[in-house]
Design a protein around this ligand. Structure first.
Ligand code: 2HA
Ligand code: ZN
Length: 281
C-alpha cells in the first residue's frame, strides 16, 4: 500500500484531525478515549482508491450489518490510539476502511502505516452512520464519540430516560434546545464496543442527532465536523451548567429559575426548529 500518497493532505483529513485537536484540548479524550468517523464523498473515495492496492485483501467481519453503506469508504480513528496524536501523523494514527458489498465487513485501504486497526467502536460508527445518513437524506457524514465530564457526571444522578436527560439540559441553557431540538437519546450503561451498545444506539439515532451513553460519554452526529463538534460542545456546556447550578443549590434540583415549556416552544418558533414535542411535559 502506498503510505506516501497525498491522502493525508486532503481537505477532509484536515477537517478530521482539526476536530481531534479541539476535542483533545477540551479535555474530552483522556488516554485513547473517544473516536471519530467520516463517510467520504464519492469524489473523495475515488481519489483514495486510486492510490490503494487493497483489492483482494481479506474482509474482517464487523458484527453488525449496514447494507446501505455497502462499498463506502470511512475515515476512522484507531483502536488504542490517542486522538491528541492524530494531527501530527494522520497516516499512522488514522485509517480509511472500505465496507464490503453486504455492509457487514471492512478492509483497510489507507492509513495505520505502522500497523493498527480501526476503533473498537467501529460497529457503532458504521450502524449509526447508516441510520443518520438515511434520516438526513444523505447529509450526515460525521459521527463523533467523546467523554465530556459533566455530561457523564449527570448520568450518575438523573433518571436514564431520553426525556429526563433532555429536559434538564434544555432547561439549563438557552442554546441547548437550538443545538439539539430533537433532544437526546439515552442508553443505560453497556460494555464499550459491544454490538448491543451499537444496536441500542442505532434505534435512538432514528429520532435523535446524539445519544448519551450512561457513565461513558456522548455519540453525536453531524453533516460536517463543525456540526458534530458544536453539538458535543453545546450539550456538555448545558450539562456543566446543570451540575454547577445543582451544586450551588445544595444538591437540590428545585431551581428557582428555569426555562419552562412555553419558553422552549418560543425558542423553537423564533428559530424555526423541529422541536421534539413528545419530550415536553
Ligand atoms: O476509543 O472511547 O468507547 C475508546 C472509547 C471506547
Ligand atoms: Zn468511549
Amino acid at each position: 500500500m502506498d503510505t506516501c500518497s497525498p491522502v493525508g493532505e486532503m481537505e477532509f483529513v484536515k477537517g478530521f484531525v482539526g476536530l481531534c485537536d479541539v476535542g483533545w484540548r477540551m479535555g474530552w479524550h483522556e488516554r485513547n478515549g473517544g473516536n471519530l468517523s467520516y463517510r467520504l464523498t464519492e469524489e473523495e473515495a475515488e481519489g483514495v482508491r486510486l492510490g490503494s492496492d487493497a483489492e483482494g485483501s481479506p474482509w474482517e467481519p464487523l458484527g453488525v450489518a449496514a447494507p446501505s453503506l455497502a462499498g463506502s469508504l470511512l475515515l476512522v480513528t484507531g483502536s488504542g490510539r490517542y486522538l491528541k496524536n492524530a494531527s501530527a501523523a494522520p497516516e499512522r494514527e488514522l485509517g480509511i476502511v472500505e465496507l464490503s458489498p453486504e455492509g457487514d465487513a471492512w478492509r483497510l485501504v489507507w492509513g495505520f502505516a505502522e500497523g493498527g486497526r480501526p476503533t473498537s467502536e467501529l460497529p457503532s460508527h458504521v450502524l449509526n452512520l447508516s441510520v443518520r445518513s438515511e434520516a438526513t437524506g444523505g447529509a450526515c457524514r460525521v459521527l463523533y464519540h467523546a467523554h465530556p465530564s459533566h455530561l457523564v457526571a449527570m448520568t450518575a444522578l438523573v433518571p436514564l430516560t431520553d426525556r429526563d436527560v433532555t429536559l434538564r439540559l434544555w432547561r439549563a441553557m438557552t442554546e441547548c434546545v437550538i443545538a439539539c431540538p430533537r433532544g437526546l437519546g439515552v442508553v443505560p450503561w453497556a460494555v464499550p464496543g459491544s454490538a448491543e451498545l451499537a444496536e441500542a444506539s442505532s434505534e435512538l439515532f432514528r429520532t435523535y442527532d446524539a445519544v448519551v451513553w450512561a457513565q461513558h460519554g456522548l455519540f453525536a452526529s453531524g453533516d460536517g465536523f463543525d456540526e458534530a463538534l458544536g453539538l458535543v460542545h453545546a450539550v456538555e456546556k448545558a450539562a456543566e451548567i446543570y451540575c454547577l447550578a445543582r451544586s450551588m443549590n445544595a444538591g437540590s434540583e428545585d431551581f428557582p429559575n428555569t426555562i419552562d415549556d412555553d419558553g422552549l416552544r418560543a425558542i423553537a418558533h423564533r428559530y424555526d426548529l423541529p422541536l421534539n414535542e413528545a419530550l415536553l411535559d
